[in-house]
Design a protein around this ligand. Structure first.
Ligand code: NAD
Ligand code: UDP
Ligand code: UDP
Length: 330
């Protein structure tokens, strides 16, 4: 018989940045983890260290197609998250958010599993309210280049709420603000991975616009802690709950921090601001503090130092591989 505390947990998007950290944490807690991913932006490298665990199972599957498995809980993270990735095939992005949500909700309904949705601060769009509270309905362009992601995630939230109202599902919705850390894709174009990779290779740091736009960055370990706390809240807590670090800073500030922490000689260059780039973003995390007893604890410099260490190792491994290839071809 299975121990009472040990659950079978499905993580969609489990080979991605956040998903791989979540799988790792759930395994460490003694659960059985089924990681489902189509490797659109995630990689096997992210979960290679988990493959030998008898409690870990990896399934290549696209969540826009139905999935029949038996699980107790579902964390639905499958969706490209960086603007470059989600704008590469915007129709697929919307399908992943919307059809993926329908399939995972249908699965949750059939097996009576609790289901968690990785929503996003992008549901607030270019917010007129600052900091953003959950009660704010947002200012989202429905027809722009970011809409496939923003509107897809908004529709997924609607589906989650309606499956609860209509079918009584047990749901949890997290609105995740910018999160960074080891295993971000080195070329996903997100600001932290871009700046760190540029700083490490001595290339110019590309600040978009004047660099006065702001974001608030949460370290991955803090975010995973919040995911698990939210999943384990009493039935009546459904969210949406903002999850993020309220420490807000400008893109110029973060560029300067990364240059200092890496000791890089990179110069800062200015590039055009992408269309619909939100101007300010800072989560109001009062609800998370109240219902989860959670606040992020990793200071920016500490999180960036760990991230830089990770990207250094990735860069060195890439250089070693290309040196081997050159040798083999010589
Ligand atoms: P990521 O791109 O590293 O991970 C997404 C994973 O989903 C990848 O492994 C990818 O291969 C997989 N995937 C994509 N489409 C799929 C499909 N159709 N079927 C199966 N798998 C699919 O991104 P991440 O940063 O780890 O984000 C994870 C989740 O958190 C996403 O839903 C994202 O929208 C949300 N989120 C992340 C952030 C952040 O700052 N990292 C902020 C807000 C929301
Ligand atoms: N679904 C799934 N796995 C399951 C059960 C359902 O992928 O274990 C999919 C199914 O293909 C369906 C979707 O989830 O398209 C929604 O299911 P629901 O039962 O809500 O609706 P219906 O089957 O009536 O369309
Ligand atoms: N950004 C930047 N230089 C880069 C990449 C991003 O100045 O090389 C800016 C981008 O315009 C945005 C902020 O950094 O204002 C955060 O971008 P990211 O793509 O990481 O996330 P999002 O816009 O989804 O919050």
């Amino acid at each position: 018989m299975r121990e009472a505390y040990r659950k079978r947990i499905l993580v969609t998007g489990g080979a991605g940045f956040l998903g791989s950290h979540l799988c790792e944490r759930l395994l460490a807690q003694g659960h059985d983890v089924l990681c489902v991913d189509n490797f659109y932006t995630g990689t096997k490298d992210n979960i290679a260290h988990l493959l030998d665990s008898p409690n870990f199972e990896l399934m290549r599957h696209d969540v826009t197609f139905p999935l029949y498995v038996e699980v107790d809980e579902i964390y639905n993270l499958a969706c490209p998250a960086s603007p470059i990735h989600y704008q590469h095939d915007p129709v697929q992005t919307t399908k992943t958010s919307v059809h993926g949500a329908i399939n995972m909700l249908g699965l949750a309904k059939r097996v009576h599993a609790r289901i968690f949705q990785a929503s996003t601060s992008e549901v607030y769009g270019d917010a007129h309210v600052h900091p953003q509270q959950e009660a704010y309905w947002g200012n989202v362009n429905p027809i722009g280049p970011r809409s496939c992601y923003d509107e897809g995630k908004r529709c997924a939230e609607t589906l989650f709420m309606d499956y609860r109202r209509q079918h009584g599902l047990s749901i949890k919705i997290a609105r995740i603000f910018n999160t960074y850390g080891p295993r971000m894709h080195p070329s996903d174009g997100r600001v932290v991975s871009n700046f760190v990779m540029q700083a490490l290779s001595g290339e110019p740091i590309t600040v978009y616009g004047e660099g006065t736009q702001t974001r608030s960055f949460c370290y991955v370990d803090d975010m995973i802690d919040a995911f698990i706390r939210l999943m384990n809240t009493p039935e009546e807590v459904i969210g949406p709950v903002n999850l993020g670090n309220p420490h807000e800073l400008s893109m110029l500030d973060i560029a300067r921090r990364i240059i200092e922490l890496t000791g890089s000689s990179s110069e800062i260059v200015f590039k055009p601001l992408p269309m619909d780039d939100p101007w300010h973003r800072q989560p109001d995390v009062s609800m998370a503090r109240e219902v989860l007893g959670w606040m992020p604890t990793t200071a920016l410099d500490e999180g960036l130092t760990r991230t830089v260490r990770h990207f250094r190792a990735v860069t060195e491994a890439m250089q070693a591989r290309s040196a081997q290839c050159r040798q083999a071809m010589a």
